[in-house]
Design a protein around this ligand. Structure first.
Ligand SMILES: *[C@@H]1O[C@H](CO)[C@@H](O)[C@H](O)[C@H]1NC(C)=O
Ligand SMILES: *[C@@H]1O[C@H](CO)[C@@H](O)[C@H](O)[C@H]1NC(C)=O
Ligand SMILES: *[C@@H]1O[C@H](CO)[C@@H](O)[C@H](O)[C@H]1NC(C)=O
Ligand SMILES: *[C@@H]1O[C@H](CO)[C@@H](O)[C@H](O)[C@H]1NC(C)=O
Ligand SMILES: *[C@@H]1O[C@H](CO)[C@@H](O)[C@H](O)[C@H]1NC(C)=O
Ligand SMILES: *[C@@H]1O[C@H](CO)[C@@H](O)[C@H](O)[C@H]1NC(C)=O
Length: 408
């Protein structure tokens, strides 16, 4: 089957390379009670300790049950009297103490010493390994106090890949591709464009990815719902809320701060441009392909002359040809303005005109042709109209834009 705009879904039959497929730890961590732990004896404050763990994509140790507590005693072997936990208290209740790994509060399980949590002594929490307070949790000043700490990683399966985390291998592409081609490349390696299911996994990917932004495997469907291309559930999202312009159906991750998006956040990205990308496959398995099915990549409507569209949405000239006379009517709810962001613009002699209001009688916000770098125009009220006219459209690349609501 020949299809230029299709995702080929490959079906694999996989089996563990090692029949016993035992759990292992990477980076010199030790497997104890199904956790990978590593003790660092250099006294550090809480923030330094967190930072040190994040170099491995790890977090400070968390204690969710009695086994976890026992694991701490096992690894310290009483060599460190006190160790930091990855727990931060906002108030003097376990339910107001949150685990650093994003899994919630210490409400379900805790072992605070009598009279604790006590944030008057500090917001961070440490674990005492010996003495009368053995296995008890106490508060201390996050910045002022220094002690040993334990980093924690999830165990994984044996595999010879470079980035092996929590049962999966991750690869950072060397070359930039459009998402469709990127997905094909990932499939050739037995995986998919990466899906991300927790704060920890998101953080891990950030630590292995160098300094550019990458395509990830999330696509918006026609109804504005974000889906993972590998079919897994979207239980976790990290969309950049301050920068959430929907420009297209594809998604990229900002891996290092300094750009328009905060580190590790996801944003809507143009499906027709190329970027590097991240693939993910199961670790420790050997797969053979059993079948392929071609499914069309989400059709991207131009939304030319479709009537009023509520934010967020996209408008573009992609699916148009011949003579074109398009009006795009954009709207949002009363308390908001519309931000229209062009991610691609190359219209030759044809003009795109933006009106600040509900019709083409409204004041002109801007009139553009030719080749433009990425730009954004914002309405003064809750409506905006865009027109695009051409006598012989077909040769130019056209434009691609996304619009969303922003507060005054
Ligand atoms: C809680 O602390 C006590 C010491 O008071 C210890 O005996 C017990 O094992 C601890 N429980 C857990 C689950 O850590
Ligand atoms: C603790 O470990 C024991 C033995 O390894 C296991 O049977 C039990 O399910 C574990 N409990 C939890 C809460 O993980
Ligand atoms: C390890 O690498 C070799 C090639 O370098 C490959 O053939 C083999 O399948 C890999 N094993 C696993 C478990 O990925
Ligand atoms: C794109 O154009 C083709 C024909 O040119 C049409 O059949 C199809 O419905 C269009 N798709 C969308 C999403 O507008
Ligand atoms: C383009 O469409 C608008 C309304 O949809 C109409 O008023 C205008 O006359 C059209 N222009 C051309 C050149 O067809
Ligand atoms: C422009 O499009 C016409 C008709 O589709 C084609 O014959 C011509 O080669 C194109 N010109 C360029 C420069 O692509």
């Amino acid at each position: 089957m020949k299809c230029n705009n299709c995702i080929l879904l490959l079906t694999f039959l996989c089996s563990f390379v090692d029949a016993k497929s035992s759990l292992i730890c990477t980076d010199g961590f030790t497997l104890i009670n199904n956790k990978c732990l590593k003790l660092f004896s250099t006294p550090s404050n809480h923030q330094e300790a967190e930072k040190s763990c994040s170099r491995f994509g790890a977090t400070l140790v968390t204690v969710k049950n009695a086994n976890d507590s026992q694991a701490i005693s096992t690894i310290t072997k009483s060599s460190a009297p006190l160790v930091w936990l990855g727990l931060y208290c906002f108030d003097n209740y376990p339910s107001r103490c949150l685990w650093d790994d994003g899994t919630g509060s210490a409400h379900m399980f805790s072992n605070f010493s009598n009279g604790f949590p006590l944030v008057q002594l500090g917001n961070c929490v440490y674990y005492s390994t010996r003495g009368v307070l053995a296995e008890k949790w106490l508060n201390s000043d996050c910045a002022g106090n220094r002690m040993a700490y334990i980093c924690e990683l999830p165990p994984t399966f044996k595999d010879n890949c470079t980035h092996n985390y929590n049962g999966f291998c991750y690869t950072i592409s060397q070359y930039a591709k459009v998402p469709l081609k990127a997905q094909e490349s990932c499939q050739k390696e037995g995986g998919n464009l990466v899906s991300i299911h927790s704060e920890n996994e998101n953080r891990y990917i950030n630590t292995i990815a160098p300094v550019v932004d990458y395509f990830i495997g999330a696509t918006w469907n026609f109804y504005n719902i974000l889906k993972w291309i590998d079919g897994t559930d979207m239980q976790y999202t990290n969309i950049d809320l301050l920068n959430s312009n929907r420009v297209d159906y594809c998604t990229a991750m900002a891996t290092k701060s300094g750009g328009a998006h905060s580190t590790g956040s996801w944003y809507s990205a143009d499906c027709s441009i190329t970027k590097q990308y991240i693939c993910k496959r199961r670790a420790g398995v050997q797969c053979s392909m059993t079948s392929t099915t071609a499914i069309p990549f989400p059709e991207i409507p131009s939304n030319c002359n479709v009537g009023i569209q509520m934010a967020p949405g996209v408008i573009n000239s992609r699916n148009l040809s011949g003579s074109v006379n398009c009006t795009y009517q954009l709207a949002t709810l009363g308390p908001y303005k519309i931000a229209l962001k062009f991610t691609f613009f190359d219209t030759g002699n044809d003009y795109v005109t933006i009106y600040d209001g509900p019709s083409t009688e409204s004041p002109i916000l801007g009139r553009y042709s030719g080749n433009m770098y990425e730009f954004t125009r914002t309405s003064s009220g809750s409506t905006m109209v865009v027109t695009f006219k051409s006598d012989g459209f077909g040769n130019q690349s056209g434009f691609n834009a996304g619009f969303s609501s922003i507060v005054y």
